[in-house]
Write a protein that binds this ligand. Structure first.
Ligand SMILES: [Zn+2]
Ligand SMILES: [Zn+2]
Length: 384
C-alpha cells in the first residue's frame, strides 16, 4: 500500500500520541486537556490556531499563495463507557473511554498537520478543525454558531471515521448519503386517572400509547417508499405507579433514523398526525414534540476523495457501493454549509464495533487517513 512515506516513518511517534490520548479520555464539550495537548503539538510544528466553539480548535496552515480554503475535521471526545480492553494504555478514568476512536482521529489530524507544516508548497489555506462534543453534545453546531463559515469562505470540507469490519487498506466512500439523520420525539398522553376496576369512569391513556407505537411502524411499512431507508424505534414508555390505578399521564419517547431528507419531513408530519389521531380516537390529550438532532450526511463531493483514496489503497480497495450506516454524525451539520465528503477507513475485519468496551482504534488507520488527506488536498487544490 503506497502510504505517504514521511507519515509512515512516524508510526511509533504517532502511536505514542494516540495511546496518550487514549489513556486520557474527555467527555462531550469538556475536551480541555486534549485541546492543550493538541495546541502543544501544533506549537511544536509551528502552526497557528484559534479557539472556536466550546473547547474546539481551528488550526490554520497558509500555503505559498492565495487559493482555495479547504477544511478537514477530526473529533476529539470520548464516551461514558467503562473500558474493558485490559490494554497497557487503557483509560485512566473509570467510566470514560475512547470507544469510538476519536483519539485516533485526533492523531490522524496531527499527523496531517505535521506533514503540512513541512510542505507548505500549495496555493491556498488549509483549516484543521479539532472538534469537541461529537457524541451527542452539539459540538459541530457550537463551531458553526461561533462563526466558522462567517469568518472563512470554505470551498470544501472533509472528514473521516474509522470503521470496524473493513480491512485497514479499505476506504468506503459513498456517492450519496453515508450516514443517517437522527431525530427524537416525546409524546405525552394525558387522560383521567381512577380506580383500575372502573376504566369507563376514567380516560385510560395506555390504549392510545399502544396504538401510537404500532401505528408508527405502519408509517415505515405503508408511507415510506420501499426504496428508502428509515427506522422508527420507541425507546421509552413511562407511566403508572400501582397495580390498581389508571394513571393520568403516560410519556413515550423514541428515535427516528433515515438516509433521505424528504423522508425525515414525511415521518415528522406522519407521527404528528398519528398522535392527534389516537388522541381523537381515545379522548385523550396528546402533546407531541419532534426534535431534529442530526441531518442526513450526504456526500456532495465524492469524486476527488475517490481518486485520492485509490492512490493510497488501490482502486480495488475503494468501496463506493456500501449501504449507508443508520448511525448519525454531527459532521452532517457542516455539509449544510459547503461541499463535502466524509469517508470510512477500515479499523480491521476483527475489530470490536465502536461504542463497545473492548474496542480499540487501529493505529494503522492514522497512516492511511493522513496519507489520504495529503492526496485529497492535492486533488482539490489542483482543481482551481
Ligand atoms: Zn461514536
Ligand atoms: Zn465517532
Amino acid at each position: 500500500m503506497p502510504l505517504n512515506p514521511e507519515i509512515a516513518a512516524r508510526f511509533e511517534e504517532l502511536q505514542d500520541i494516540r495511546r496518550h490520548l487514549h489513556a486520557c479520555p474527555e467527555i462531550g464539550l469538556e475536551t480541555v486537556q486534549t485541546v492543550s495537548f493538541v495546541k502543544a503539538k501544533l506549537d511544536s510544528f509551528g502552526i497557528g490556531y484559534e479557539d472556536i466553539g466550546v473547547n474546539s480548535l481551528l488550526a490554520k496552515v497558509q500555503g505559498r499563495g492565495p487559493g482555495k480554503t479547504v477544511a478537514f475535521r477530526g473529533d476529539m471526545d470520548a464516551l461514558e463507557i467503562n473500558e474493558e480492553t485490559g490494554l497497557p494504555y487503557q483509560s485512566g478514568t473509570a467510566g470514560r473511554m475512547h470507544a469510538c476512536g476519536h483519539d485516533g482521529h485526533t492523531t490522524t489530524m496531527l499527523a496531517f498537520a505535521q506533514y503540512l507544516a513541512d510542505h507548505r508548497d500549495f496555493d491556498g489555506t488549509v483549516l484543521l478543525l479539532f472538534q469537541s462534543g461529537e457524541e451527542g453534545f452539539g459540538g459541530a453546531l457550537k463551531v458553526i454558531e461561533d462563526g466558522l463559515f462567517d469568518k472563512y469562505t470554505i470551498d470544501c470540507m472533509f472528514g473521516l471515521h474509522n470503521w470496524p469490519g473493513y480491512a485497514t487498506d479499505q476506504i468506503v466512500i459513498s456517492r450519496g448519503s453515508c450516514m443517517a439523520s437522527e431525530d427524537r420525539f416525546d409524546l405525552t398522553i394525558r387522560g383521567k386517572s381512577g380506580h383500575a376496576s372502573v376504566p369507563h369512569l376514567c380516560v385510560e391513556p395506555f390504549a392510545a400509547v399502544a396504538d401510537f407505537i404500532k401505528g408508527a411502524q405502519t408509517i415505515i411499512a405503508r408511507k415510506v417508499s420501499a426504496h428508502d431507508k428509515a427506522v422508527i424505534s420507541t425507546t421509552q414508555v413511562h407511566g403508572g405507579s400501582a397495580y390498581n390505578i389508571i394513571p393520568d399521564e403516560v410519556v413515550l419517547r423514541g428515535n427516528v433514523r433515515t438516509t433521505e431528507g424528504g423522508v425525515q419531513d414525511l415521518i415528522e408530519e406522519s407521527l404528528g398526525q398519528l398522535a392527534q389521531g389516537v388522541a381523537a380516537t381515545y379522548g385523550v390529550q396528546a402533546n407531541f414534540v419532534y426534535h431534529r438532532k442530526h441531518p442526513v450526511l450526504t456526500n456532495s463531493l465524492p469524486e476527488p476523495a475517490i481518486r485520492a483514496a485509490a492512490r493510497v489503497v488501490g482502486e480495488e480497495n475503494v468501496l463506493t457501493d456500501e449501504l449507508p450506516a443508520m448511525g448519525s454524525e454531527d459532521y452532517a451539520f457542516y455539509t449544510e454549509h459547503t461541499k463535502s465528503c466524509f469517508v470510512w477507513i477500515g479499523n480491521g475485519t476483527d475489530s470490536p464495533v465502536i461504542h463497545n468496551s473492548k474496542y480499540d482504534f487501529n493505529d494503522q488507520v492514522t497512516l492511511v487517513g493522513a496519507s489520504f488527506f495529503v492526496e485529497l488536498l492535492n486533488e482539490v487544490m489542483q482543481q482551481a
